[in-house]
Design a protein around this ligand. Structure first.
Ligand code: 13P
Length: 256
């Protein structure tokens, strides 16, 4: 059985101070959740403080990006080793905003996935078509390209240990979630490709998260589908109570 992974992608929101206040409240809200892997990805500057605030809790901290070199003259960049020492256990790679606004390529994503694994971080590799690609019927072709390029060169064990986040175009930040049936269809396709290209062990183990306007009201329905193994949550994760309810599968009663 795959343990669902539910991650907050804060994007460029919250200061260090706001992060610490959030984590202190959030960790107590989710302290009894033991069947979900819970992750918060704050901006780089808050990772150390977030990790400290989350110490000895069931909340893990992730970076939102990394660079593939260990160190060097790469102004503005951060390596896997730096993230890990600061307290991150995971890292988001290839988010659609990185691809669209910062010109990240499939090749970059491949290098970042490798660097994350080599540096002891679990990558959450994001895939997903743009709205334009979706509307012109290219969804599955784009997913195939991103998955094959992103995972190229990785071993069965490596692919088994990572997570893939599918964030369909038109669903991110728009309030328009894909239906649970659409998410299931895309995730089943992704898992099928992993089965074809990497093998059954990796396909059965890899977590495939859904991202795009996930909220307490739709989390349960989405995550009840067999191939939807969690969520990557943007806007709704900025509120600790809303994110705690999402983590608990949209069950408000499960949040203290
Ligand atoms: P929203 O949840 O705000 O739609 O963001 C989705 C996303 O990009 C998460 O990484």
């Amino acid at each position: 059985m795959r343990t669902p992974l539910v991650a907050a992608n804060w994007k460029m929101y919250k200061t260090v101070r706001e992060t610490v206040v959030y984590i202190k409240e959030f960790r107590s809200l989710v302290k009894d959740v033991d069947d979900v892997e819970i992750v918060v990805a704050p901006p780089f500057v808050s990772i150390a403080a977030a990790a400290e605030a989350a110490r000895a809790s069931n909340v893990a901290i992730a970076g939102q990006d990394l660079y593939w070199e260990k160190e060097g003259a790469f102004t503005g960049e951060v390596s896997a080793g730096m993230l890990r020492e600061a307290g991150a256990g995971l890292v988001i790679v290839g988010h659609s905003e990185r691809r669209a606004k910062f010109a990240e390529t499939d090749r970059d994503v491949n290098r970042k996935v490798k660097a994350a694994i080599d540096g002891g971080l679990v990558p959450i590799m994001c895939v997903g078509e743009t709205l334009e690609e979706r509307e012109s019927g290219q969804t599955l072709a784009v997913l195939d390209r991103q998955i094959s390029a992103g995972l190229e060169g990785r071993t069965v064990d490596q692919v088994s240990s990572i997570a893939i986040a599918d964030e369909p175009g038109g669903a991110r930040g728009t309030g328009r979630t894909a239906t649970a049936a659409q998410a299931q269809e895309a995730h089943a396709h992704i898992r099928g490709r992993v089965r074809e290209w990497v093998g059954s062990a990796a396909a059965d183990a890899v977590r495939i998260m859904y991202g795009g306007s996930v909220k307490p009201a739709n989390a349960r329905e989405l995550m009840s589908r067999p191939d939807v193994d969690g969520a990557l949550v943007g806007g709704a994760s900025l509120d600790p109570r809303a994110f705690a309810e999402i983590v608990a599968g949209g069950r408000p009663g499960a949040v203290k």
